[in-house]
Design a protein around this ligand. Structure first.
Ligand SMILES: [Zn+2]
Length: 301
């Protein structure tokens, strides 16, 4: 059910990072490894299995047989960058290891670049976290759903559902598995139903709060249970299905997300919300696999 990552070492320290990637050549070699399986592969031009040598002072490798050029950063966000590849790699590393996310200010400090550059790098890595998740597969098994109201003004005015500038988001989590979160326009019946139909495999077990009505999902072939938060119920065991219905995983995710946004990002507009959601679900889906997460990002370049 869970997508396995290429490598799954639980630890990847900062020290280890700089040992593995001391300079841009090391980064290039790693991109070659992830994209082509190394420097020996079938040449796209001559068709021979041949070794590719790196050209000095350039981001280019050359086929030993026919001289065909391979640029491992072609068609990636790294192609025209003037920022050293090590800085990009270190920024990706921070995105994999920092639970609360990485703000533009933090990247500016850590990479020694301007705020504008740091912000741009951060946004582009968020796009990578979205690509790296490759959400073609529907969530399955027991899936929790819970909505939240995020962003908007920090203080003053109304709080909660009706507060101005808030974005409505829906979180979906497989028990002990992958996570996904999407921006939704409202919490009308059809909207909620479509979120489930678009993202969850039919026949799955679905936990929600009381916002989603029973017969809505049962009619679509889901086994659905709801916790009645209004009645201070936080989990309930269903004897007929043998399932325990609760949305604690997603609630925990929203708590972390909201606290992180408050402490590091100050304000996120509705327009940019999906990128931040992708960043956080990427980490949540790959908990404890920093190496694997890092290579997923490199692979998504
Ligand atoms: Zn060749």
């Amino acid at each position: 059910m869970t997508t396995k990552s290429p490598s799954a070492s639980p630890e990847f320290s900062v020290r280890e990072f700089f040992q593995r990637f001391p300079d841009d050549d090391a980064c290039l070699a790693h991109i070659m490894q992830v994209r082509f399986g190394g420097t020996r592969f079938e040449c796209a031009s001559c068709g021979k299995e041949s070794t590719h040598h790196k050209l000095a002072a350039r981001r280019t490798f050359v086929c030993a047989n026919c001289g065909h050029h391979v640029n491992p950063t072609a068609n990636t966000i790294l192609h025209d960058t003037r920022t050293p590849l090590v800085s990009w790699f270190y920024a990706m590393y921070l995105f994999c290891t920092t639970r609360h996310g990485v703000s533009g200010k933090e990247l500016q400090r850590q990479l020694g670049v301007t705020y504008k550059t740091a912000y741009r790098i951060g946004q582009q890595i968020r796009v990578l976290t979205s690509k790296a998740q490759g959400f073609d597969a529907l969530l399955a098994g027991h899936v929790e759903l819970d909505e939240a109201y995020v962003g908007g003004r920090r203080s003053g005015g109304k709080r909660g559902r009706g507060a101005p500038g808030k974005t409505i988001v829906m979180g979906l989590a497989e028990r002990d598995g992958r996570m996904k979160a999407v921006v939704i326009p409202d919490v009308k019946k059809d909207t909620l139903r479509n979120v489930v139909l678009d993202n969850v495999e039919p026949g799955s077990v679905v936990s929600t709060d009381e916002l989603v009505s029973y017969n809505l999902l049962a009619g679509d072939g889901f086994t659905h249970g709801a916790v009645k938060h209004g009645k201070k119920e936080y989990a309930h065991y269903d004897h007929r299905s043998g399932e325990t219905f609760h949305v604690n995983t997603v609630e925990g995710f929203w708590r972390l997300f909201k606290a992180s946004v408050r402490s590091t990002h100050v304000q996120i507009s509705a327009k940019h919300m999906q990128r931040y959601l992708d960043e956080f679900t990427f980490r949540a889906s790959n908990r404890g696999r920093v190496n694997g997460m890092f290579d997923l990002l490199v692979g998504a370049l």
